[in-house]
Design a protein around this ligand. Structure first.
Ligand code: GDG
Length: 498
C-alpha cells in the first residue's frame, strides 16, 4: 500500500472526522462487544495514512453516550489491532434524530440535491446540528495537538472548524464535501445561510467534487460576503475576506481500482459471471444499482426503460434490466413512499411486457455482498446510472473498473459529478428527459463492439489516473499549501457534448 501514503506532503499527524466511524460496534445480550469494520475506497485510502502518521479517526460508532462509555476499553484494544486510534462520539437518540435524520437529511441533503420542496426547515434541527457539531468538536479538541492536520468529512460537520477555533485549536483544518454544492438561488433558501457560510469560513481548505460545485460555492460566498477577493484559477483557488484566506479546491473522489478489478478476475466471481450470462441467454443485461433515495432518480429511470421497450420493440426479449435498490434512511416517511412508487412501476413494466421465456425487469430490494456486486458489474452490458443529482457517483467508476471484458457501456446522468471526468466516453443523459433516456438505452444496446471497447478503455484509464490514492494525496498536498499532484484537466461539463 505504499502508493497510499507517499509522497506524503509532510509527516503531520492526520485526524479524520466523519459522521460515522469506519466501523460499527455492538453489544451482544451477553455483554460482549463486537466490531464490524467498514470497507470501501475511502477507508482503504485513508487507513494507511492514519497508520503512517499515528493518526486518529473520530466519529459516531453507532452508540449513545452510556454505551460508548462502556465500550471505551474495547475501542482502545481494537485501535491497537487497526494500527490507528479510533475515538467515538456518543449521541443520544434525540440528538441523532434531530441532527442526522433532521438537519443533515431533511434540510441539507434535499436542498443541496435540488429538492427544496422536500426540505423541513425546522429550527430545532439547526439547534441540534450546532449542538452535535459542538460535541464532535469537544472530542477533536481534546485530541488535537499542534501540527496536526484535521480533515473533516461531509455535510454533517460544516460547523466543526468554527467550534474548534472557539476551543483554541489552531491546526490546519480541511473539509471535503461529498455531495453537490447548490447554486446561489437554492442556497439562499436556507434560513441559516449566513450561519453556515460563517461556519465554513473557519476552514483552511474546502474540497469539492467538481468545478461546478466550487463555482456555486464561490458565487454564494461572494453574495453573502461582499468584498471577498477571489484569487487564482485551476485546482486550488483562494477567497480572501477580512484578512482570512480560505482555499477552495476541486478533488473528484474515486475508488481503489484494484479493489474492483482484482476480485472481478477471481475464480469465484468469474464463475458467477458465467452463470449470470447463462441466465440471460442471448440477452444484454442492463444494470442499475442505487441507494433508495429521491436523488437517484429511480422512478425516472424506470419510465425511461419502459419507453425504450415500447418505442424500440426490437429490444424486447433482447435486454433485461436488473435493478438493485439498496435500503436507506428507512426512518424518513418519504423514502417508504418512493419505494412503493418504484414497486408500482416495476409491476407496470412486468405486466406490460413479460412473456414466456423473457422477464424484462429483475428488481431486488436489498444489499448484495461485494462479490455479487462485482459479478453484476462485470456481467452487465450496460450500466444505467441516472441520478437526478449526485456529488460524484462511485457506482459509475466501480462498473468501469470491474468491466474486464472492456465492452460495457456506461449511461451516465449529466447531473452526476462523475460526468466531469467521463463525459467524453459515457453516453450522457438528462435523467428528467424520459425520451432521451429511452434513446440512450437503445444506442447503448446497439453500439458497435469497437466503439464500446474504445470508450470503456478510455474511461478505465481516466479512473486509474485519478484514483482514490491520488485524491487523498492531492487533498493533503493542497492542505499543506503545496501544488497538488497533477491530474486530468479540470473539466466542466458541456451539454454540447451530448
Ligand atoms: C456519497 C455521495 C459520492 C451500493 N450497493 C451495494 C454496495 N454499494 C456501494 C457502492 C458504492 C456505494 O455503495 C455508493 O456510493 P455512491 O457514490 O454511488 O453514493 P452515496 O452513498 O450516495 O455517497 C456520492 C460519495 O458520497 C463519495 O464521495 O460519490 O455522490 O452521495 O461504493 O459499491 N455495496 C455492496 N452491496 C451493495 O448492494 N457491498
Amino acid at each position: 500500500m505504499t502508493n497510499a501514503g507517499s509522497p506524503a506532503p509532510n509527516d503531520e499527524r492526520l485526524i479524520v472526522v466523519s459522521n460515522r466511524l469506519p466501523l460499527v460496534i455492538s453489544e451482544s445480550s451477553a455483554g460482549e462487544w463486537h466490531l464490524e469494520r467498514g470497507s470501501g475506497g475511502l477507508v482503504t485510502a485513508i487507513e494507511p495514512v492514519l497508520k503512517d502518521t499515528s493518526g486518529v479517526w473520530i466519529g459516531w460508532p453507532g452508540l449513545g453516550p452510556e454505551g460508548l462509555a462502556r465500550a471505551e476499553g474495547f475501542l482502545e484494544t481494537k485501535s491497537d489491532e487497526l494500527g490507528y486510534r479510533v475515538r467515538g462520539v456518543g449521541l443520544t437518540k434525540d440528538e441523532r434524530d434531530a441532527f442526522y435524520l433532521g438537519f443533515a437529511n431533511q434540510v441539507i441533503w434535499p436542498l443541496f440535491h435540488d429538492f427544496p420542496a422536500q426540505c423541513n426547515f425546522d429550527p430545532a434541527f439547526w439547534a441540534a446540528y450546532r449542538q452535535v457539531n459542538e460535541k464532535f468538536a469537544e472530542v477533536v479538541a481534546d485530541e488535537a495537538r499542534e501540527g496536526d492536520f484535521i480533515w473533516s468529512h461531509d455535510y454533517h460537520l460544516m460547523s466543526l472548524a468554527q467550534e474548534l477555533r472557539k476551543r483554541g485549536v489552531e491546526s490546519q483544518i480541511g473539509f471535503f464535501l461529498h455531495i453537490p454544492f447548490p447554486p446561489r438561488d437554492l442556497f439562499l433558501k436556507l434560513p441559516w445561510r449566513q450561519d453556515v457560510m460563517e461556519a465554513l469560513l473557519h476552514y483552511d481548505l474546502i474540497g469539492f467534487q467538481t468545478d461546478r460545485d466550487r463555482t456555486n460555492f464561490i458565487n454564494c460566498f461572494v453574495s453573502l460576503r461582499p468584498g471577498t477577493e477571489v484569487r487564482g484559477s485551476g485546482r486550488v483557488m483562494e477567497l480572501e475576506f477580512e484578512g482570512h484566506t480560505l482555499r477552495v479546491g476541486v478533488f473528484p473522489i474515486s475508488i481503489d481500482v484494484d479493489e474492483f478489478s482484482g476480485p472481478a478476475r477471481s475464480p469465484e466471481v468469474s464463475e458467477r459471471v458465467a452463470r449470470l450470462w447463462a441466465e440471460f441467454p442471448g440477452r444484454k443485461m442492463i444494470l442499475g444499482v442505487d441507494r433508495l433515495d429521491y436523488s437517484k432518480g429511480i422512478p425516472h429511470k424506470l419510465e425511461g426503460y419502459r419507453l425504450a421497450l415500447a418505442r424500440y420493440p426490437e429490444l424486447q426479449s433482447r435486454v433485461s434490466l436488473v435493478q438493485l435498490v439498496v435500503p436507506s434512511r428507512e426512518d424518513i416517511p418519504e423514502y417508504d413512499q418512493m419505494k412503493r412508487e418504484i414497486e408500482r412501476l416495476v409491476g407496470q413494466i412486468s405486466g406490460e411486457f413479460t412473456r414466456p421465456g423473457w422477464v424484462p425487469i429483475h428488481y431486488q430490494y436489498g444489499r448484495w455482498d461485494r462479490n455479487e456486486l462485482i459479478a453484476h458489474y462485470r456481467a452487465a452490458a450496460v450500466a444505467l446510472v441516472t441520478p437526478l443529482k449526485d456529488g460524484m457517483n462511485l457506482v459509475a467508476k466501480e462498473f468501469c473498473s470491474a468491466s474486464l471484458e472492456g465492452n460495457g457501456v456506461l449511461i451516465l446522468s449529466e447531473h452526476a459529478g462523475a460526468t466531469a471526468q467521463l463525459q467524453e466516453d459515457a453516453i450522457l443523459v438528462n435523467p428528467y428527459d424520459v425520451e432521451g433516456v429511452a434513446e440512450a438505452i437503445y444506442r447503448a444496446c446497439t453500439m458497435p463492439d469497437d466503439e464500446r471497447k474504445g470508450r470503456m478503455q478510455r474511461m478505465r484509464q481516466k479512473i486509474r489516473k485519478e484514483d482514490i490514492y491520488w485524491w487523498v494525496r492531492s487533498f493533503r498536498q493542497a492542505a499543506a499549501g503545496e501544488s497538488p499532484e497533477e491530474g486530468l484537466p479540470l473539466d466542466v461539463y458541456l451539454p454540447s457534448r451530448i
